[in-house]
Design a protein around this ligand. Sequence first.
Ligand SMILES: C[S@@+](CC[C@H](N)C(=O)[O-])C[C@H]1O[C@@H](n2cnc3c(N)ncnc32)[C@H](O)[C@@H]1O
Length: 230
Amino acid sequence: MNEHSLSTRLERVAEHVPHGARLADIGSDHAYLPVALLRRGAIEAAVAGEVATTPFQAAERTVRDNGLEQQITVRLANGLAAIAPADRITAISLCGMGGETIRDILDAGKACLNGVERLILQPNGGEPPLRVWLMNNGYRIVSEELLRENRFFYEIIVAERAEPVLYSAEQLYFGPLLMQARSPAFLAKWQRALRLRQKTLAGFAQAQTVPDAKRQAISRQIRWITALLA
Ligand SMILES: C[S@@+](CC[C@H](N)C(=O)[O-])C[C@H]1O[C@@H](n2cnc3c(N)ncnc32)[C@H](O)[C@@H]1O
């Protein structure tokens, strides 16, 4: 993967970035996503934010090698602190991090959100707590996608500020739009998850020190997944 040829995962993320957006890509690593989008003329400008020095330098190098220093600002910053009001950001991508990390970045940076940005989130696991944060902070999930690349399943959650919306516990767990669409990848993900949880529960039967709450949580998930797949 590079700025000329994105992974399938980032290519799908790119599809959700509105044409002409001013994008903040937080946790940008090599800045492949904003550079690829700018090279295609798909966005107007971007900020690439990175908290760690080595990926920050990699992002600077990709931007420089492509002569995009005027259009892409690379900032060494923690989370949404990379964004300034003068950037007039209209879309924020947070990809390739755990769902809890993405949630914590959004929560810590609430003051940096102007309310008009589209959030394009690609968590690596931990999707339910991220959806809870979105619901509790006035966001509606406007699009969801599940894709499979190299044996891994990835979810993309796109959210926009909207009237308050209440999702059920199952919708927060599976994704309200994913469970409506029931794509082949979605069903395959949950068939695999069901097998894993059944194995875990069987393992609990041998162990003596598993807390009841943990056993109950896995049993509840098995019930939900079985009902979903029925
Ligand atoms: C696995 S990489 C993903 C890179 C790219 N977004 C992608 O999806 O391919 C995660 C990146 O997020 C950065 N990161 C983690 N926490 C961050 C934070 N609080 N603020 C900014 N960047 C962060 C890490 O340094 C790392 O480079």
